[in-house]
Each structure stands twice: as structure tokens, then as C-alpha cells.
Design a protein around this ligand. Structure first.
Ligand SMILES: Cc1cc2nc3c(=O)[nH]c(=O)nc-3n(C[C@H](O)[C@H](O)[C@H](O)COP(=O)(O)OP(=O)(O)OC[C@H]3O[C@@H](n4cnc5c(N)ncnc54)[C@H](O)[C@@H]3O)c2cc1C
Length: 547
């Protein structure tokens, strides 16, 4: 039955970093930064100072909002600076070097659809660019304005729309406002014994609307992991009117209206609400880690698992570099982190079958935590999946990684990730060539060797999503150019293998060249027509997806 819910919870007791990832108080201190930098040849001997808003030249807003909207709008320099960019490495470095992106003139925080519509109307009349902003965790330049074709720029922050409005426990679905941040969303659903079960690494600082607008990928490796799979219907406010799709379990009525807005990255409209499918909270969990000496054998094991009926919740293959970096193995092994969970049946038998399959492809597993530091816990509803040392080492490194990346950036290092997806026939060569060519480009650009690690984040019966981490020295003051060069080399390899420019990080502004090459021209024509019809004055997130 549908019921309404009233918890408005978007906790704000701690201070968010304006320039880097997450909480300001969780960043590594100078000593930790220096220690990390010492591990990477060619970095600075002392960390760059933490940047301060008061050192930026923040110009007065170029427009003044009308009195009728003033209560929704803020022009505080700190707030504006915090909304100037996303959280990619190149954003962090630009802030550290005192050169953030264009600082928006205004930050608006509407509380309902009418507020969004009024703000869009006003912005259209005054030629003010509007950049929708959820958690601001974009890593592809999605929330920054580039160019000068508009009179002013307004960041449209959705987080004042942060509530679960209705829960249909019978149909297991909820109507949720787009600005709801991950933890608040799950807190509000938990009281109903339900979960969305969508956990991107950025979960803590990203919103439902951002996930929908970027077609985010959750933490789970197989099955329903892209946010698209959870959408029943969407409410989108566009300059041309409000689009409300019907709540349906499925429909064959022509192209799906929701598909037009999923992945539209703020360029076609502002997503304000969605009905999403929920699940019961899992009660049975089990996990294990299996070591491989040979990475290609590990790839074959993962393919066999993806093509089986086992559906592991986690099936994350770490290459030897990634395993060493996260502390999952230190003997040169690759590590396959396996996890199973279910709300209604024990999963131990599935885990055992998965481990047996991995062993048949050369995996090593003794169930004792031995074997060069790689072991596993067979797990049960009672056993915590964190019981296994390798699994838990990987999990804590995973959550801390973005903070460490910012610490390395303070040491003048290049520390960034990118991801893709391709069919199985291309995966082994694709991974080898990205590693080799990006590694060579780093030596050429900086004179120092780089680390290029890979893990598979999502696996499918017909392919996989490799995710690369690059750690390299920068060139003092020129780190962004070094990263852009490396990314261009990586994008060429992806294009050569017809691998997507992004599996889940979105297109934004940084991936436009790759996206423009990837999409068929008739589709680009249709997208431009949709943009022209829904946003005739061209104010919505200009430069993203389509011109
Ligand atoms: C450390 C880190 C880890 C990450 N891990 C993952 C991961 O595991 N999986 C993954 O998919 N991504 C990941 N990302 C990328 C990012 O978190 C996702 O793209 C996320 O979906 C963005 O959500 P957000 O609320 O922060 O959106 P924002 O960054 O605020 O916005 C992203 C884009 O969506 C648009 N937008 C935002 N809200 C709306 C709205 N309501 N209506 C219309 N347009 C809107 C913006 O204009 C922008 O173009 C990660 C990023 C970081 C920094």
C-alpha cells in the first residue's frame, strides 16, 4: 500500500571540503601527504597548501535575482566556489593551484517543482546558464560552466529537495525527490524495511537525481547495478513544461520517455522526482577472495562466473597492482573479490560453487586467510563479510581512496581513474594496451615511470567494465596538462577497441570528443532536436552531451 513518509534528513553537521572530496576533516594531514608522496618518484617534497576561498578573486554576481526568487538564491562566495566544479582530479588540482573553473554567479536551492520552473523561466529570460547540481561529485566536468556565451551562470542545487515522499510497500517502490543524498535516502527507506541498494563509491556525497542524470553504476557487479534498472517513472521540469511519466512495471509503448532523460546530464531538463523500485534488505551475506598468479586466467574465471547463473553481488577482479595498492595481496597475485547476498535464502552454497569455478581456472583459495595473505570466509548470515582480511582490506581502501587521491594531488602527483566497457573478445588486449600506452605516455610527459592498475568493476555475460587507476609524477604547475595528455592517449586506445568512453562516469564536458565519436550521427541529430525543443534558449548545462 502506498503511504507517505515525513523524515526530512539531509545531515550537515560536518563541513564539506569546498575543493576536494568529502568531509574537510577526513583529508590526510601534511605528514600523511608527505609520506604518500615519498612513495612516488618525482613528486614534491612538501604538500601544496590547502586552498582557501578567501584567496580566490570571486567577482560580484553579474545578475541580480528578482525579489520573488531571492529566498531561493545565495551569492555567498564560499558557496559559489564550492559549486564551481565537480570532484575529478583535474578539479582538485585546479583548486589547489588557485585556478578553479568559472565560479557561478548564483547558487539556487529550490524546494519544489514550481520553484525549479520559476528559476528556469527567469534564467531563460535573462540568458543565464543553469547548471543542475546534485552532490557535485561529477568527475567529467558535468557541473562546471565553460565558455562565455551566457550573461551569468546559476548553479541549481537540488539538495533542498531531499525527501522520500511516498513508499508503496506492496509494490516495493518509492517516490523520492531528486536531491536526496545516498545516506539520507537509505535512512528514510530503512524504516520501511526496504532498500534501493544502489551504492556507487560516491554514495555518501551524491544524489538520486545525479545518479539518474548520469546513469550511475552501483557497487554490485552483476544483475541490477545501473540506476536505469530501478526506474519506474520520472518527473522532469524542462523550460518547455513538466514531463511526468506513468508508473509502470514495464511498457512496450514506443521509445521510453524515461530513457530520454536517463543520462541527459542536466542538458534536457531538471529531474525533480522519481518512482524507483526497491528491494528487501539482504539478510544473508558471504564473501571470499581468490588469488590468481596469471591475470588472463583470472579474466577467464570472471567470464565463466558472469555467464553462470550464480549472480554474485560482488565480482571485482583486482590486478596485481590494484591488489597491492589496496592491501588485498602483496605477493604479485591478482585477487578476485567475491560476494553474495540475498534477502530470502542462504548464499553459502552459491559462494562455494563460485569459488570452485574460480579454482577450476587456476584460482587459489584455502578458506583460511593464508596463501600469501589471500584467503576467504565462507560466510553465513551470521558471519560478517568483513571477516576476510583481503575482502575487508580492499573495502576500506576503496572508501578511503578518494581522500588519498586528494592527498597525492597536494604532492603534485597525477592520481586519477577512468573506466570503460567492452565485449569479452576485446578485454584482454584492451587492458594490456591501456596499461602499456598510458605508462609510456607518462614517462614521456614527466620523465618518471607511472603505475597503471586495473580492476573489473562490473561484469556481464557478454563483456566487462575495466576501471583504471593512474598514479604518476606531475609537472609542477602543469599537472592538468599531464593528465589531459594521458587521458587523450587512453581515449585513443578505447576508441581503437570500440570500447565505450564511459561505463558509468558519464560524458560531461571532458568526454565530449569520445562521446561524439561513439554515437551514430542520426542519433546526434535526434538529440540536438530534443535539446532545441525542450531548451529552446539553450540555458541548460551548455556544452554537456550536445550543442
Ligand atoms: C570518488 C568518486 C567515486 C565515484 N564513484 C562512482 C561510482 O561508483 N559509480 C558511478 O556511477 N559514478 C561514480 N562517480 C561519479 C559521480 O559520483 C556520479 O556521476 C554521480 O551519479 C553524480 O551524482 P551527483 O548527485 O553528485 O551529481 P552531480 O555531480 O551534481 O551532477 C552530475 C551531472 O548530472 C546533472 N544533474 C545532477 N542532478 C540533476 C538533476 N536532478 N536533474 C538533471 N540533471 C542533474 C549535473 O548537471 C551533471 O551534469 C564517482 C565520483 C567520485 C568523485
Amino acid at each position: 500500500m502506498a503511504g507517505t513518509t515525513s523524515q526530512p534528513t539531509q545531515p550537515t553537521a560536518r563541513t564539506r571540503s569546498w575543493w576536494g572530496w568529502g568531509w574537510a576533516d577526513a583529508h590526510p594531514d601534511d605528514a600523511e601527504c608527505t609520506a604518500m608522496g615519498a612513495l612516488l618518484p618525482g613528486t614534491l617534497s612538501r604538500p601544496l597548501p590547502v586552498p582557501r576561498v578567501r584567496d580566490l578573486a570571486v567577482a560580484a554576481p553579474a545578475v541580480e535575482p528578482p525579489r520573488s526568487l531571492a529566498h531561493l538564491i545565495d551569492a555567498d562566495p564560499g558557496d559559489r566556489a564550492a559549486h564551481s566544479m565537480g570532484k575529478a582530479y583535474r578539479d582538485v588540482v585546479r583548486a589547489l593551484r588557485g585556478r578553479p573553473g568559472r565560479i557561478p554567479d548564483l547558487v539556487a536551492r529550490p524546494t519544489d517543482d514550481q520553484g525549479v520552473a520559476d528559476l528556469l523561466d527567469w534564467a531563460g529570460e535573462r540568458q543565464v546558464a543553469v547548471v543542475p547540481y546534485g552532490g557535485g561529485s561529477s568527475v567529467t566536468g558535468g557541473v562546471e560552466y565553460r565558455g562565455d556565451a551566457h550573461r551569468a551562470v546559476m548553479s541549481l542545487d537540488l539538495t533542498a529537495m531531499g525527501r522520500v515522499l511516498e513508499v508503496d510497500t506492496e509494490g516495493r517502490a518509492a517516490r523520492i525527490q531528486a536531491g536526496t543524498l545516498g545516506p539520507s535516502l537509505e535512512d528514510q527507506l530503512r524504516t520501511h524495511g526496504l532498500t534501493l541498494r544502489h551504492f556507487p563509491q560516491s554514495f555518501e556525497f551524491s544524489t538520486l537525481g545525479g545518479w539518474l542524470a548520469t546513469r550511475a553504476g552501483g557497487h554490485y557487479a552483476t544483475g541490477r547495478t545501473h540506476i536505469d534498472d530501478f526506474v519506474q517513472s520520472l518527473c522532469v521540469v524542462t523550460p518547455a513544461g513538466i514531463s511526468n511519466s506513468w508508473r509502470l512495471p514495464a511498457s512496450g509503448a514506443g521509445p521510453s520517455p524515461d530513457r530520454l532523460f536517463l543520462g541527459s546530464e542536466g542538458a534536457l531538463g531538471v529531474i525533480t522526482e522519481a518512482w524507483v523500485r526497491l528491494q528487501e534488505c539482504p539478510r544473508h551475506k558471504a564473501s571470499a577472495a581468490v588469488a590468481f598468479t596469471d591475470f588472463r586466467s583470472a579474466l577467464r574465471a570472471v567470464r565463466a562466473l558472469a555467464q553462470s547463473d550464480l549472480s554474485p553481488a560482488n565480482c571485482r577482479l583486482l590486478d596485481s597492482g590494484e591488489a597491492a595498492l589496496s592491501g588485498a595481496a602483496h605477493d604479485g597475485s591478482s585477487v578476485l573479490v567475491l560476494g553474495f547476498e540475498s534477502a530470502d535464502e542462504p548464499v553459502t552454497a552459491r559462494l562455494e560453487r563460485a569459488v570452485a569455478l574460480a579454482r577450476s581456472h587456476g584460482g587459489r583459495y584455502d578458506g583460511s586467510g593464508g596463501d600469501g595473505g589471500v584467503g576467504g570466509s565462507k560466510g553465513s548470515p551470521e558471519a560478517s563479510p568483513d571477516g576476510d582480511a583481503a575482502v575487508s582490506a580492499w573495502r576500506s581502501a576503496f572508501l578511503r581512496m578518494p581522500y588519498l587521491r586528494d592527498g597525492l594531488a597536494r604532492m603534485g602527483a597525477v592520481a586519477e581513474t577512468f573506466e570503460t566497457a567492452a565485449t569479452w573478445d576485446r578485454i584482454p588486449d584492451l587492458i594490456d594496451e591501456v596499461r602499456r600506452e598510458v605508462g609510456e605516455a607518462a614517462v614521456k610527459a614527466t620523465g618518471f615511470p607511472a603505475t597503471v592498475n586495473c580492476r573489473l568493476t562490473h561484469v556481464y555475460p557478454d563483456g566487462a567494465a575495466p576501471y583504471f587507476t593512474v598514479l604518476a609524477a606531475g609537472r609542477a604547475g602543469d599537472e592538468v596538462a599531464v593528465w589531459d595528455d594521458l587521458k587523450a592517449v587512453a581515449s585513443e586506445v578505447l576508441n581503437r577497441h570500440r570500447a565505450t568512453i564511459t561505463h558509468h562516469h558519464a560524458v560531461g564536458r571532458d568526454h565530449r570528443p569520445g562521446y561524439d565519436r561513439q554515437r551514430p550521427e542520426p542519433f546526434a541529430l535526434a538529440l540536438r532536436a530534443a535539446k532545441g525543443a525542450l531548451d529552446p534558449r539553450g540555458i541548460l548545462n551548455p556544452g554537456v552531451l550536445v550543442d
